[in-house]
Design a protein around this ligand. Structure first.
Ligand code: SF4
Length: 342
């Protein structure tokens, strides 16, 4: 079979793939020999250099699924911190399924994007009812909160199903390696997949993107597949996406070891049903506390002003000792922790 790309470990980046020819051709992206070498090099690097992450200790489907849902929109460092505590609270699927939604939301606090926690709870109940997790990506994708990427990740990591995973990291790595994009990325990811170790191979591709082939400054000198790369980081520095700035303020009323909190309405698109400090207008004098908080592409400049009373807000006084039992917004949790009262 004619190859469109060949390894060139010592020399300059390999010649450009003719994109039109690539699109029309059914040829493989790598010759069989190169493909074997590529897989071997990547897996050997992963076996030696992968990060020790708590959810990699075993391949229990509950652990794999939980970590994949947590990692969907949250940084690894935050998940490393929150995953063990969540697991302590809900050590298995049955305990999670039997819990009240409010308990699950409270344990999810700090991870953000609470729709995931609701879907997690719904999935736990459904999976317990049907007697365990399905094994294929198609069946997994039919469960709440599990899209194409997450289904492929769970199926390959927990059940060794030969399905490729393409997340943002893999898309960037393959885009740089072979100068491809769009649908080509999925096709090439499937072609490269090591069918006897699909879970490790997928994790290795994601790990490469997360630790070596970084978005702004790829560390090409440390890259295990440098020899196959067509770009080797050339021309990759891109301006980051535009960020927005917003100023918000909260009222902080504390009495008898209790803090006054309000609950966000169920109709809110962001964090419905979560508890937070009452909002107020910025510029109300000297704040007790100032902090920054980033959500997606917005940087919030937050001021917290002291208040003697609840001032007519519909909410309730919550004992500081019990406050973490409530599903708090990440920002309110941060303010309470900064205040050193919880
Ligand atoms: Fe290519 Fe560099 Fe990314 Fe490796 S780290 S895949 S050499 S751009």
């Amino acid at each position: 079979m004619q190859s469109t790309f060949r390894a060139n470990p010592a020399g300059k980046p390999a010649p450009a793939v003719d994109t039109v020819a690539f699109m029309k051709s059914s040829d493989a992206i790598l010759r069989r020999h190169d493909l074997r070498a590529f897989r071997h090099r990547l897996l050997r690097w992963f076996d030696r250099h992968s990060r020790q992450l708590p959810w990699r200790a075993d391949l229990d489907p509950y652990h794999v699924w939980l970590s994949e849902i947590m990692l969907q929109q949250t940084r690894v460092s935050v998940v490393v911190e929150r995953y063990p505590a969540f697991l302590d609270r809900f050590p298995d699927l049955k305990r999670l399924a039997a819990a009240q939604l409010a308990e699950v939301l409270a344990a999810w606090s700090g991870l953000g994007y609470y729709r995931r926690a609701r879907a997690l709870h719904a999935t736990a109940r459904q999976v317990v009812k049907q007697g365990g997790f399905p094994r294929t990506a198609e069946e997994l994708a039919a469960l709440p909160g599990i899209g194409r990427y997450t289904a492929a990740a769970i199926a390959s990591i927990a059940f060794e199903q030969p399905c490729a995973v393409v997340d943002g990291n893999v898309e960037r790595v393959l885009g740089r390696l072979f100068r491809i994009r769009g649908k080509q990325v999925w096709r090439v990811a499937e072609e490269l997949l090591h069918t006897r170790r699909p879970g490790d191979f997928n994790q290795a591709m994601m790990e490469l993107g997360a630790t070596v082939c970084l978005p702004q400054a790829p560390r090409c000198n440390d890259c295990p597949v440098f020899g196959w790369c067509r770009t080797r980081g050339a021309g990759e520095a891109r301006a980051g996406s535009r960020r927005h700035k917003r100023y918000i303020a909260y009222r902080w009323a504390v009495r008898d070891q209790a803090v006054f909190l309000v609950q966000r309405g169920d109709h809110k698109s962001l964090m419905p049903g979560m508890w937070e400090l009452p909002q107020t207008r910025p510029g109300m004098g000297v704040p007790l506390l100032r902090l920054r908080h980033a959500i997606t592409n917005t940087d919030y400049h937050v001021s917290v002003f002291g208040a003697k009373t609840a001032n007519g807000s519909a909410g309730r006084w919550v004992k500081l000792a019990h406050v973490e039992r409530l599903p708090l917004t990440g920002l309110t949790r941060k303010i309470l922790l900064r205040s050193k009262l919880v």
